[in-house]
Structures are given as C-alpha cells and as structure tokens.
Design a protein around this ligand. Structure first.
Ligand SMILES: [Zn+2]
Length: 126
C-alpha cells in the first residue's frame, strides 16, 4: 500500500470516527430526555428502544474504526489480524476498518456466537 493510499484510508477513518462520535453523543442526549406527557413517554420509550439498537451498532462501528486507526499508528493497517496476510485494497476500499481478510472474516462470522459484534462482511467487498 502506498503512503497516499494509507493517507486516504486514514482520512476516511477519521471522518467516520468523528461522525460516529457525534451520532452517539446526540443519541445519548436523546436517551435521557424525559417528557411529562404520558403518551409522549410511550412514544419516547419506543424510540429509545430503537435508538439503543442503533447506538449499539454505532458503538461497535466506532470501536472498529478506532482499532483500525490504532493499527495504522502501529504500522499494521491493512494486514489481517488473524493470518497477517494483506487485506485486498478492494476490500479496504469498501470496509476501511476491516480487521481481517475475507477468508478469515468469513471464518470468524461462522464461528461467532450470537450477539457477537464484529463488522459483518459486506457483499460488495467480496
Ligand atoms: Zn486472514
């Protein structure tokens, strides 16, 4: 991977990081909002349920993004965390925070227990 490519991925990851941080902050603020109106409260509870699901996904996304930026600092970005082979640029272009090459990700997806949090393999990355 060239320095320029690396820089591009870093830019993408940094902007995703701040985007997710902003979303999560807003959602946390919304989750503690209260309403005096009973009907509003019911509506709000439903929204909060939905928001918590989204929040969980965003938190995972943020964690993966931060981990990718850390690997970049360590000079390990672009290498699979399982087999240490290079992750294809095509896959990284689709999923810049990918920690594994496709075969290892597929294996990890198969082995993962319910409720695991790794990034699902995106179809266009194949
Ligand atoms: Zn691998």
């Amino acid at each position: 991977m060239t320095k320029l490519e690396l820089k591009k991925f870093q830019t993408t990851l940094l902007s995703r990081q701040s985007e997710l941080e902003g979303l999560i902050r807003n959602r946390e603020a919304a989750a503690i909002e209260t309403s005096a109106d009973a009907l509003d409260q019911i509506q709000h509870a439903v929204e909060r349920e939905l928001a918590l699901g989204t929040l969980a996904r965003e938190s995972v996304g943020l964690r993966d993004t931060r981990a990718a930026l850390r690997r970049m600092d360590d000079g390990a970005f672009g290498a699979c965390i399982d087999c240490e082979e290079e992750i294809s640029l095509k896959r990284l272009a689709a999923v810049p925070w990918a920690a594994r090459c496709i075969p290892c990700q597929e294996r990890a997806d198969r082995e993962k227990v319910k409720g695991d949090d790794s990034e699902p393999l995106q179809a266009e990355a194949a």
